[in-house]
Write a protein that binds this ligand. Structure first.
Ligand code: URA
Length: 448
């Protein structure tokens, strides 16, 4: 039996308390997290506590205390400027809104600090996608990042180990102890990182559906309320949007293909779902930043920035400042591309009833566009273009998907095509209603 004593606390007693369904104090929670970082509380004890939290829950105050302990396990940034607003997505397939909404929001006066992740699992990563542009640099010291956000307005860098190191450790333990799917643990994980990045407002895109982390709207709503409550306790405004992830967002899946789709969207020629969601989220950022009187007014401003081309100019400026090759923005055919494309033709006629979003994410990984292990290198050029979405009519033999691949990948392409024939689509003889894209919006604005 282990009874590490410190400030009259013992890891054993704290675990037992949560096991028995009792509430933990902020100091007890801090003791466990600091103990884990300092090597005084063992990983197996943290794992046991995580399972007790998973089973018996954490109330809002405990969740905030856990967030606080994780947040201060690393470096934190502070922005005094209320126009600094960040956006976070819980992750999906073809989710590329950051590259559209950040320039749009910045064109409306918002400063956007983006610390983004790489892809792992079936969802792609923002950093991998932007690195399709030759030379784009995504690593900067945090102090430099903070200065540049204030000076330049949008800066995009990759996650750094200095931000919330406790989350990295806890996430790895959750991953192997079946404790990922806990609302308080997810809340503390997301919020510790977001709060450490210092933005005064946060727009949260919570993906819901078959291709998302949250499969059910009720759970996603629970998460939205938990995130909003935590943001409020830390004095940050938040808008949470629940958006559909039962099919990929937009038409492109794959790093370079998604950047091309974003540039087209910033030119006003993007798919409707991607355009609408990006403008909606950008509008939320404009509102939280105090640059518009309401979310609706923010949306109108973001739409105007899209229509005038100001968003595209901001995107191009960001690429130039971060060392990227702007000739690839001006001429997207210069972005990485594969030497081969194979069309998957619809084996049936009818209306597309469903698309297996998760499988599309997995196909992208199989082609090399995503990672199976953190150390894998991604292939920027590979991916898929989905020509029809749920509700669209298709003729037999009409192109449904174009797979962008290399000559040596014929076997993988055959496997993907077999999956598309058997599993990835369903068709209906009757008209199918297009799914609703935005399912709910919750705004919690704090007084500045
Ligand atoms: N994203 C995170 O950063 N953490 C979680 O726990 C889940 C999603």
């Amino acid at each position: 039996m282990d009874h590490q004593m410190n400030q009259n606390f013992s890891a054993y007693q704290i675990i037992a308390k949560k096991r028995d369904g009792l509430k933990l104090s902020p100091d007890e929670i801090k003791f466990m997290i600091n103990g884990m970082i300092g090597g005084k509380v063992a990983d197996y004890q943290i794992s046991a506590l995580l399972m007790a939290i998973y089973l018996n829950g954490f109330d809002r105050a405990e969740t905030a205390a856990l967030t606080d302990a994780m947040l201060y396990s690393g470096k934190t940034l502070t922005f005094e400027d209320i126009s600094v607003v960040d956006k976070h997505s819980t992750g999906g397939v073809g989710d590329k809104t950051s590259f559209i909404l950040a320039p749009l929001a910045h064109a409306c006066g918002v400063k956007v600090p983006m610390i983004a992740g790489r892809g792992l699992g079936h969802t792609g990563g923002t950093v991998d996608k932007i690195e399709s542009i030759t030379g784009f640099k995504t690593s900067l010291p945090l102090e430099e990042f903070q200065k540049l956000v204030l000076k330049q307005g949008i800066v995009l860098i990759g996650q750094t180990p200095e931000i919330a190191p406790a989350d990295k450790k806890i996430y790895a333990l959750r991953d192997v102890t079946a404790t990922i799917e806990s609302i308080p643990l997810i809340t503390a994980s997301i919020m510790s990182k977001k709060l450490a990045e210092g933005a005064r407002g946060i727009v949260m895109d919570i993906k819901v559906g078959q291709g998302a982390f949250m499969k059910k709207t009720t759970r996603a709503k629970e998460l939205a309320l938990s995130l909003s409550d935590t943001a409020k306790r830390f004095g940050r405004s938040m808008m949470t949007v629940l958006s559909d992830m039962n099919q990929p967002l937009g038409n492109a899946i794959g790093n370079s293909l998604e950047i091309i789709e974003c540039i087209e969207t910033l030119k006003g020629k993007g798919p409707k779902d991607l355009t609408d969601l990006s403008v909606n989220l950008a509008g939320g950022m404009v509102y939280l930043a105090g640059k518009a009187k309401s979310h609706a007014a923010g949306i109108a401003m973001a739409q105007a920035a899209l229509d005038s081309g100001a968003g595209l100019t901001e995107f191009r400026n960001m690429v130039e400042r971060q060392g990227g090759d702007v000739s690839q923005v001006d001429d997207v055919s210069r972005l990485p591309k594969t030497e081969m494309q194979t069309v998957f033709a619809s084996p049936k006629k009818g209306f597309i009833k469903s698309i297996d979003c998760l499988n599309f994410g997995m196909h992208s990984v199989a082609l090399g566009g995503g990672r199976r292990k953190a150390e894998d290198k991604v292939d920027f050029a590979v991916g898929m273009i989905l020509h029809k979405k749920v509700g669209d009519e298709v003729k037999k033999g009409e192109a449904l998907v174009t797979i962008h691949h290399h000559a040596h990948q014929k076997e993988i392409v055959n496997e993907i095509m077999a999956s598309m024939t058997k599993n990835d689509f369903t068709w209906s003889a009757e008209k199918v209603r297009r799914p609703k894209l935005i399912l709910d919006t919750i705004v919690t604005k704090v007084k500045k």
